[in-house]
Design a protein around this ligand. Structure first.
Ligand SMILES: Cc1cc2nc3c(=O)[nH]c(=O)nc-3n(C[C@H](O)[C@H](O)[C@H](O)COP(=O)(O)OP(=O)(O)OC[C@H]3O[C@@H](n4cnc5c(N)ncnc54)[C@H](O)[C@@H]3O)c2cc1C
Length: 383
């Protein structure tokens, strides 16, 4: 079921996407060799420099319009894919995770006062945000199964006191806004906090396979964090319901962005195959190489169609839990195959850091785990 974009929506999104892609190709790709990047993502000065350029080009947070409304999901797919022609693009344009999902959730359920204090600075690209849900596996905390959450919020007068540990919190280091998920007597509850806060301690940055997200992924201890009643996001006890609102679109937007990156990886691998010779002819003229690139084209088209289908479901107002699970599995697995083939076609250059293909391969490997590992989505679909 793929519906046509209304003409006005279509041209508005295509216009933004075209500008975003041109900007990323001409201005952001040169930053890919900038030394201000490390194992835990681009540094803060690099992020701010790129955002400044995006702001001046009128392209900061391009999926949210001036009146605060968001493009439709199908429009967002065009724009986010275009913004991610480089792994640095989403960070530069403020379409990256976890901010994009956090902005979506706050736009849906934050109060006007909360929006002014927590959402507006993130939409402006002035600060980053983090979503605190997962907990350390070693102490039996929440991972694939959020109901195992151990972090607790206890009421004290008109405030709450929160204690617990969190793991893999993307961007917590350096973020200005946090959404902290806890258990409480009422049930799962979300809180908004300004960061840094002395009660939220970054124990360490976890060394992971990926490296595109500013601030990396933190192991965090929350020690007697006090949050006022006014900063409960949504209602006490409704944390899982609110998380569901964020999950399907956030999962889909990862698909959109990594789709853009894999288009780029395929371009680079193709450029290599049409120039490099072996055994008296160009690589592309060896059937084995041609088949790998043809398989990429087939997978890329399936990815595009699947994203478009799921986006249409969400645009219809449905919660899209099953559809986004199917899409997340199909797309993350297909993108991994694509990136792996790009590496293979390029031989030694494919595993070198001379091109961004090596990074894209690492990034999509991690994507098969976060926002629900493949097996968890399949298990939940099978139920
Ligand atoms: C790069 C990265 C960034 C992340 N960013 C954030 C973040 O910003 N905020 C946040 O809160 N979390 C974040 N996470 C955490 C992520 O959401 C979890 O890693 C994920 O939910 C899996 O939990 P776990 O790591 O504890 O794996 P586990 O729960 O220990 O699962 C391990 C494996 O068991 C298998 N498995 C589990 N359940 C089932 C089942 N029912 N059926 C079959 N197999 C199953 C799967 O293969 C799974 O991969 C991030 C993770 C990564 C890798």
């Amino acid at each position: 079921m793929t519906t046509k974009l209304a003409m006005s929506e279509s041209s508005r999104a295509q216009d933004i996407a075209r500008q975003a892609e041109d900007f990323v190709r001409s201005v952001i790709i040169p930053f890919e060799s900038d030394p201000r990047q490390g194992d835990h993502g681009p540094s803060e000065p690099l992020v701010m420099e790129m955002r400044d350029l995006a702001r001046r080009a009128g392209l900061i947070t391009p999926h949210i319009l001036e009146d605060g409304t968001h493009l439709t999901q199908r429009e967002t797919a065009l724009v986010l894919r275009a913004s991610a022609i480089s792994p640095l693009g989403p960070v530069a344009l403020n379409t990256a995770a976890p901010d994009e999902g956090n902005m979506y959730l706050l736009g849906k359920i934050a109060t006007p006062d909360q929006k002014a204090r927590f959402l507006d600075p993130v939409v402006a690209g002035d600060t980053r945000s983090a979503f605190f849900m997962t907990e350390p596996a070693v102490s039996g905390g929440a991972g694939s199964d959020p109901s195992m959450m151990q972090t607790r919020a206890v009421r004290e007068g008109d405030a709450w006191v929160i204690n617990g540990r969190k793991a893999f919190i993307t961007g917590a280091d350096g973020a200005g806004v946090g959404i902290v998920m806890t258990m409480a007597d009422e049930g799962a509850t979300m809180f908004l906090v300004n960061l840094p806060d002395p009660a939220i301690h970054i124990d360490r940055l976890i060394d992971t396979i990926d490296s595109s997200m500013p601030g990396g992924h933190a192991m965090v201890t929350i020690d007697n964090l006090r949050v006022s009643d006014a900063d409960v996001l949504g209602k006490p006890g409704e944390g899982f319901r609110s998380a569901q609102l964020r999950l399907a679109p956030a999962r889909l937007s990862h698909c959109m962005r990594w789709h853009g990156c894999c288009i780029r990886a395929h371009e680079i691998a193709t450029a290599y195959a049409i120039k490099r010779e072996a055994f008296g002819k160009l690589l592309i003229d060896h059937e084995g190489v041609g088949f790998m690139l043809a398989d990429n084209l087939i997978d890329l088209k399936q990815v595009e169609v699947m994203i478009d289908w799921c986006a249409s479901v969400l645009d219809s107002g449905a919660i899209g839990t099953s559809e986004s699970s199917m899409t997340k599995v199909a797309v993350s697995e297909a993108l991994y195959r694509i990136a792996d083939r790009c590496v293979q076609v390029m031989g030694g250059s494919g595993v070198s850091r001379d091109t961004v293909v090596e990074q894209i391969f690492r990034e999509v490997r991690a994507f098969r785990i976060y926002d629900g590992p493949t097996e968890v989505h399949k298990w939940s679909l099978a139920k």
